[in-house]
Write a protein that binds this ligand. Structure first.
Ligand SMILES: C[C@@](CO)(OP(=O)(O)O)[C@H](O)COP(=O)(O)OP(=O)(O)OC[C@H]1O[C@@H](n2ccc(N)nc2=O)[C@H](O)[C@@H]1O
Ligand SMILES: Nc1ncnc2c1ncn2[C@@H]1O[C@H](COP(=O)(O)OP(=O)(O)O)[C@@H](O)[C@H]1O
Length: 283
């Protein structure tokens, strides 16, 4: 199979997010529905014999050793005994700390791509387990299929949902996932439901009211979007989204957005572009 010259790292949305409780180690039991968006970052990989991992350009405020791309490559490299080198180029399009999983998706794409390019022959199970060490959201990006997630996000059941169009608004604020999960006011008592029951329910995000309270920019974006369509927050924010049947309906609303609100329109997909795109990609 021909390998891509550049690899997609798509965004995700949490179509719902329920917090069911807190474990002794501080992590939260949750139920959530992940879908992918046909929009995201792009990564290119030039492998070499140097035994060094290089990444360009640097991300503002993220030291190299903390960049999830570098950490993913280093984790893979540490599992091998021979010298492995690569220069990775990142075309960053997704907002950071937006709840659309850019960092986690970059990490997953790095694992999947370098597994091929370094010819490591690791299976998806092993890659997902390596990903889990980098962040709760990395395994779903490695697996690459829309999923109903439980546990702390590691129990994944692939699901197929209708592929709608989404308008995603990016409020001008960075929401810290750790800060939301340690906030005493976060509700943590939604009962656990079966996937069959959840499909019949109205979907909600248990972090939304708290994030709105802590970050008025999120509250403002959501109240603007709610004038046009049912809307919710994704993950622990800051991004909010509304669902549409057609691309043009979503674009029409985006065209009305005031200057202080940035956003994008993308199709929701069950199969990640990382998986569907393992074929030649044109620039
Ligand atoms: C809750 C979600 C839903 O998608 O939020 P977003 O990050 O997408 O907004 C994710 O699962 C987040 O995944 P991820 O961002 O990879 O989380 P991690 O790096 O593993 O953890 C960041 C912090 O969130 C908290 N955390 C994360 C996941 C979880 N089930 N319970 C937690 O309490 C922990 O305090 C941890 O220190
Ligand atoms: N390659 C990366 N892309 C984005 N963020 C990264 C990356 N590597 C590390 N990070 C750090 O992870 C944090 C959360 O990233 P991101 O995945 O974009 O947000 P979220 O988990 O809210 O969707 C960022 O604020 C940044 O400090």
């Amino acid at each position: 199979m021909t390998l891509p010259t550049r690899w997609p790292a798509p965004a995700k949305l949490n179509l719902f997010l329920h917090i069911n409780g807190r474990r002794a180690d501080g992590y939260h039991e949750l139920q959530t529905l992940f879908i992918f968006l046909d929009h995201g970052d792009w990564l290119s990989f030039a492998v070499d014999e140097s035994d060094a991992i290089r990444l360009e350009p640097a991300l503002p405020g993220v030291p190299l050793e903390q960049n999830l791309i570098y950490r993913a490559a280093a984790l893979l490299k540490a599992s091998q005994s021979r010298p492995l080198g690569v220069t990775i180029t990142l075309d960053k399009r997704l907002p950071m700390g937006g709840g659309i999983g850019g960092g986690s998706s970059d990490a997953a794409t790095t694992l999947v791509a370098l597994n091929r390019l370094w010819d490591l022959k690791l299976d998806d199970e092993t890659l997902a387990e390596l990903g889990r060490q980098l962040g709760a959201d990395v395994p779903v990006f490695v697996r690459g299929h829309a999923a109903f997630a439980e546990g702390v996000g590691e129990k994944l059941q692939p699901v197929t949902v209708p592929q709608k169009w989404y308008l995603v608004l990016v409020p001008p604020v960075h929401v810290s996932t750790a800060a939301i999960f340690t906030d005493p006011e976060l509700p943590r008592d939604t009962p656990k439901y079966s996937w069959a029951t959840l499909q019949e329910m109205d979907w909600k995000n248990d972090c939304q009211e708290l994030v709105k309270k802590r970050h008025p920019e999120v509250a403002n974006a959501l109240s603007w979007l709610l004038e046009y369509a049912p809307s919710r927050m994704t993950g622990t924010g800051a991004c909010v989204f509304a669902e549409f049947e057609t691309e043009s309906a979503a674009r029409k609303v985006l065209a009305n957005a005031p200057n202080w609100l940035q956003g994008f329109v993308a199709q929701g997909v069950n199969l990640s572009p990382l998986r569907s795109g393992l074929q030649p990609v044109c620039a």
